[in-house]
Write a protein that binds this ligand. Structure first.
Ligand SMILES: C[S@@+](CC[C@H](N)C(=O)[O-])C[C@H]1O[C@@H](n2cnc3c(N)ncnc32)[C@H](O)[C@@H]1O
Length: 225
């Protein structure tokens, strides 16, 4: 899958997409030499072209665009309004260009998730789903005023500062029990929690151990069957 995926990614003309949204993240994730998808595609099973595939948190929609180009006929995807405020118009334009129709899905910590059907493969790649952004508050004091907001990402200088509290053990237990209900017999879910913050959390690490294929801060990959 890895090689075929990379070849297809490289064969698509992404020019019209760059015109809509000329950002580094889009350039990097469509450049086959960068290998944005390599870790995930290395672990993706060979599936029948009619397999039911779901890409959760598709963002630009690159994964479904490439899978459809490869001949997969039943590829669905989701997007999450709480995470795409401010860029939704650009994403919608890309989704129209790619002829994909993501449905709205937000997975909440510790809550059972609801999907419309079962899938052979569920992909949740480079995901920040495990960030409990709704639990964070941002207290900002300036000489003029003090404000309390729900902001979780702040641009400062040349970089951004992102704050999150990762899912705890029981939240992971709920998620894994829940996602398994939406896997067809023999199906699997590949999830890449990014970044991976669990190396100093032995309880969570021990629970997730059977699912871990690769774990590093930037490249953690889990497979749930
Ligand atoms: C960093 S982007 C990854 C996009 C793409 N999958 C990739 O691999 O490049 C994270 C995606 O996860 C989605 N997302 C974040 N939190 C979520 C949640 N709680 N439930 C569902 N989707 C979520 C975002 O809307 C976004 O599409």
């Amino acid at each position: 899958m890895e090689k075929q995926f990379r070849e297809t990614l490289g064969a698509i003309d992404w020019g019209p997409a760059y015109y809509i949204n000329p950002v580094g993240y889009l350039f990097e994730s469509t450049d086959p030499t960068i290998g944005w998808w390599d870790t995930a595609t290395r672990h993706m099973p060979e599936l029948d072209k009619s397999a039911d595939i779901l890409d959760v948190g598709t963002w630009f929609g690159i994964m479904p665009r490439v899978l459809k180009e490869m001949g997969y006929t039943n590829v669905e995807c989701t997007e999450c309004a709480a995470h795409n405020t401010g860029v939704r118009d650009k994403l919608t334009a890309l989704h129209e260009l790619f002829d994909i129709q993501p449905y709205e899905l937000e997975v909440f910590p510790g809550k059972e998730l609801t999907l419309p059907k079962q899938y052979d493969l569920i992909l949740i790649l480079h995901t920040n789903m495990h960030w409990k952004i709704h639990d964070l508050y941002c207290l900002t004091r300036t000489p003029e005023q003090t404000t309390l907001t729900k902001e979780w990402q702040i641009a400062k200088g040349e970089g951004t500062h992102t704050f999150f509290v990762p899912w705890n053990l029981s939240e992971w237990q709920t998620f894994i029990t829940s996602i398994k209900k939406y896997l067809k017999p023999g199906g699997q879910c590949i999830i890449q929690p990014h970044p991976w913050p669990y190396d100093d959390q032995p309880e969570v690490l021990e629970f997730l151990q059977p699912y871990i294929l690769e774990s590093s801060m930037e490249q953690a990959t889990l497979c749930i069957k």
